[in-house]
Design a protein around this ligand. Structure first.
Ligand code: TRP
Ligand code: ZN
Length: 336
């Protein structure tokens, strides 16, 4: 969904922050330019991310719901709905020009799968990763937890392809298996990465539950530069944020953080209750869980707040473009 907030000041504000992570980004000297042009003094990393169409993200949610419905009601590890989810995402990415890899592992007596998608280009020595867990619990379709993050990361990757984006960093997207069994897939991935490859991962951004029906706007505070990229973005929308505290280490970023990789991410809340103060600033219902269908059968396509899903999807794209160091100016779909 298109946003109508001023973007130039926000883009300038994040340059210094993103520069902490994008070491190859040239220094910022913002100069005024004609409306609609890219002023010569602004580094190309200030190239604004495109709007991520909410309708596209929601279409992926509908597909994940259909996959669950056609496969006994869930997309859980070891159930056919999980592998069908992998194949749905992989098909979209392959058609868009990503180099995809399915990594197999075994846990709980069943085969699990991680899906990794590399966008060709960028510095192979500086890899920016973004990911989401693709499995649900066995109780339901897992649309808030975590088709929301899976769909938003997928649509951001597809936006990278539509823009034929060039970035300073190499971009890698990931969908994890067996998160609900204890972060199994993501831990398997980091443990199987040779240490030389692990050292090339500049940062991992995690998106688990970003469309909760009674949403909060929580930003991981594990790394201040990444935290500020998201906080600055939400500030341009006039949306207050809080630090994520509902169980630090309860999602796949912990697998990366545990081996010393810089992490960041967004979260809209799970089973914890929204306070009166939070309802006052964000709307929604005080004394009610951020997601009252968390890990329940009712986590279906009705269990989503569109505004939260839309804002968080756009924030993901913003982070990929700025932290990744977007440098391609040409091509339809890169501009605003
Ligand atoms: N990962 C949890 C799940 O899938 C949800 C969750 C709880 C969470 N606390 C979190 C996700 C903090 C991200 C951050 O059930
Ligand atoms: Zn869960």
């Amino acid at each position: 969904m298109k946003l109508t907030t001023p973007r130039r000041a926000a883009a300038a504000a994040v340059i210094a922050l993103a520069g902490l992570l994008a070491s190859a980004t040239p220094a910022a000297t913002a100069a005024p330019g004609a409306p609609g042009s890219v002023p010569a003094g602004i580094p190309v990393s200030a190239l604004a991310a495109p709007d991520i169409p909410l309708a596209n993200v929601k279409a992926h949610l509908t597909q994940f719901q259909s996959i669950a419905t056609a496969n006994g009601g869930s997309r859980a590890h070891g159930r056919p709905g999980y592998l069908a989810s992998v194949n749905y995402v992989k098909g979209k990415l392959d058609a868009a020009g990503f180099v995809t890899t399915v990594q197999q592992f075994t846990t709980g007596g069943a085969t699990g799968y991680n899906l990794i998608a590399d966008w060709p280009g960028g510095d192979p020595g500086q890899v920016l990763m973004a990911g989401a867990h693709l499995d649900s619990v066995s109780a339901g379709a897992g649309i808030s937890d975590n088709a929301s993050g899976s769909a938003a990361v997928l649509e951001t990757a597809l936006a990278v392809s539509r823009a034929q984006l060039q970035t300073t960093k190499h971009l890698r997207f990931a969908w994890w298996g067996a998160e609900e069994l204890g972060l199994v897939g993501s831990r398997y991935y980091v443990n199987s990465l040779p240490s030389a490859e692990r050292a090339k991962v500049s940062a991992y951004l995690n998106f688990d539950m970003i469309g909760s029906p009674n949403p909060g706007y929580f930003v991981y505070d594990d790394n201040v530069a990444l935290e500020n990229v998201f906080k600055t973005y939400f500030a341009t929308l006039g949306v207050p944020t809080e630090i994520e505290t509902e169980g630090d280490g309860r999602s796949d970023h912990a697998s990366f953080k545990n081996v010393g990789i810089t992490v960041g991410g967004l979260f809209a809340g799970a089973g914890r209750l929204k306070s009166a103060a939070q309802a006052a600033k964000w709307g929604g219902s005080a004394g009610v869980a951020f997601d009252r269908c968390y890990h329940r059968a009712c986590d279906n396509t009705a269990n989503i707040n569109d505004t939260a899903l839309n804002r968080n999807s756009d924030a993901i794209a913003h982070a990929i473009w700025t932290v990744g160091g977007a440098t391609a100016r040409s091509g339809l779909g890169t501009g605003r």
